[in-house]
Design a protein around this ligand. Structure first.
Ligand code: NOJ
Length: 545
């Protein structure tokens, strides 16, 4: 194994959603050359690495999480040569690059699935997926009662060339995303090869999609409780037979050994909706993955005690296995945090918002969102940012239903608005077409008419702007070593969360009474101005020394 510099233990990793970051050719769809051209602005922001959501050849039924070829680039986004240029340009700027690996399912357009459809039941081609005979007379009932995460049953029946109903296949997500059979050695070999393909091209690691889902309980036992749309840390009923099965860990041990053959500390990060934290920590034991997203932190209500419990619990669970804790507030699957925090504390998390739904208090959400970010960036470990959050960009909560593209919207029978509201192309320049997203007005999801105020060029070098707050926080975090520090709690009133990390005192006030800072404390950064007498107002985070 090569010497390691452990960059990932404290890294700030910025998620790029390629469809919506920057469009180089004006077709309304973001692309790799667009990203490459804008990488400099991420260096200026001060992040350490980028993670790109999928850009592989795909019918885009689930925005690219339906992969038809794991070794290519969809012409929508460019070419393999563009990917090479992006990786080289990022490295030239000192930014590491993670790509998204989607091993739980392929697209139904993948060559393997086409082969499986053309092959006979029981054939090796069928063995790579989870095909089963149906239950009941004529096999007309699905093989079990599992629900799909996107709504409806998790099984789809196929027909033979004469149109006669035949076997069923499992799809935990969309019908166009058949689940792979990870008990099959050919599947395992293929993904090791895919890892090597991208490692050889120089990527610094992988974000692993649905990492808790690859192995299913062998008997595929019935289970019919709601499988909420990526909203679900907690489940009703007995332990779900499709999630967090013991067998997944063997896969990650094998992958870890592959990554460790490469120089330069390449990493694996798990997207695993698993709880409690001790269960999640099993994914980041020393011979498995490096990091796992801390969705419990993202899901915590805006309240001192709840956050203290989550922070302490995650640090303890990860500490026990020697892994860094990660922190995340937003991504492409959840309502953006400045919008989420604009609703009353303690309401269940919404899975998408439409014009007819109660609307958030935007001012309050931004205020709390800035405070939440300053708290997150002061915590030891690694933090994930989602494109646009550095602009204080809200969810589009009034998107017309007829432009929605998330498969969850249709499959839920139009009961879940889905995730389009956080995926709208981001604004760079207030007065340019598509706010500088691309050279034309085109944008695959419409941009709200009021987004000029969020554009980067309206915030850069503007004291007090959200962008400058992120930039200052990232600079201080690095200079003061917050990512590699150790947290100790500081006694505080019930509505206040206070801790020390690397000599910095971090105070968030959740309550109406202004919070005192210790005598002589020097304020380094605060998410909003303090009171005239130097106290911390409600919904504000302060870093002090
Ligand atoms: C998690 C991804 O983040 C999400 O966008 C996707 O729909 C599902 N996995 C299925 O791949």
């Amino acid at each position: 194994m090569q010497p390691s510099d452990d960059w990932w233990r404290s890294a700030v990793i910025y998620q790029i959603y390629p469809r919506s970051f920057a469009d180089s050719d004006g077709d309304g769809m973001g692309d790799l050359p667009g990203i490459t051209a804008r990488l400099g602005s991420l260096r200026d922001l001060g992040v350490d690495a980028v993670w790109l959501s999928p850009f592989y050849p795909s019918p885009q039924a689930d925005a690219g999480y339906d992969v038809a070829d794991y070794r290519g680039v969809d012409p929508l986004f460019g070419s393999l040569a563009d990917a090479d240029k992006l990786i080289a340009a990022a490295h030239g700027l000192g930014l590491r690059v993670l790509v998204d690996l989607v091993p739980n399912h392929t697209s139904s357009a993948h060559a393997w699935f086409r082969e499986a459809l053309a092959a006979a039941p029981g054939s090796p081609a069928r063995q790579r997926y989870l095909f089963r005979d149906g239950r009941g007379p004529g096999g007309d009932e699905p093989p079990n009662s599992w629900p799909s995460v996107f709504g409806g049953p998790a099984w789809e029946r196929i027909t033979d060339p004469d149109g006669k109903p035949e076997q069923w296949y499992l799809h935990l997500f969309d019908v166009s995303q058949p689940d792979l059979n990870w008990a099959e050695p050919a599947v395992r070999d293929e993904f090791v090869d895919v890892l090597r393909f991208w490692l050889d091209r120089g990527v610094d690691g992988f974000r692993v999609d649905v990492a808790h889902g690859l192995i299913k309980q062998a008997d595929l036992a019935d289970w019919h409780y709601p499988n909420a749309i990526l909203g679900g840390l907690s489940h009703e009923g007995p332990p779900p037979p499709m999630w967090d099965q013991e067998g997944v860990h063997e896969i990650y041990r094998e992958w870890r050994a592959v990554l460790d053959e490469y120089p330069g500390d390449r990493i694996l990060v798990a997207e695993a909706w698993v709880q409690p934290p001790g269960r999640l920590a099993r994914y980041v034991r020393p011979d498995e993955m490096h990091q796992a997203f801390n969705f419990e932190y993202l899901e915590a209500p805006w309240a001192a005690e709840a956050l203290r419990t989550v922070i302490a619990g995650s640090l303890a669970a990860n500490g026990a296995v020697g892994a860094p804790t990660t922190w995340v507030l937003s991504n492409h699957d959840v309502v953006r945090h400045v919008t989420r925090l604009g609703y009353p504390v303690g309401e269940p998390r919404r899975h998408g918002i439409g014009a007819e739904d109660p609307q958030p208090d935007a001012g309050l959400g931004l205020r709390r969102g800035r405070a939440a970010t300053l708290q997150m960036l002061a915590l030891p470990g690694s933090a994930y940012l989602y494109q646009g959050e550095e602009l204080g960009l809200p969810e589009d909560t009034r998107m017309p239903d007829d432009v929605r593209q998330d498969p969850a919207w249709a499959r839920s029978g139009h009961t879940e608005k889905g995730r389009d509201g956080c995926r709208v192309p981001i604004p760079w320049e207030a007065d340019a077409p598509s706010y500088g997203f691309g050279p034309s007005d085109a944008s695959w999801l419409p941009q709200p008419g009021v987004w000029a105020e969020f554009a980067l060029d309206r915030q850069r070098d503007v004291p007090g702007s959200t962008y400058e707050l992120y930039r200052s926080a990232l600079r201080l975090r690095r200079d003061l070593g917050l990512g590699t520090g150790t947290l100790t709690w500081v006694d505080s009133p019930a509505d206040v969360l206070a801790f020390r990390n690397a000599e910095v005192l971090v105070v968030t006030n959740f309550g109406p009474a202004p919070a005192e800072l210790p005598a002589g404390a020097r304020v380094l950064l605060s998410s909003e101005p303090l009171t005239a007498d130097g106290r911390v107002p409600q919904d504000v985070t302060v870093w002090a020394r």
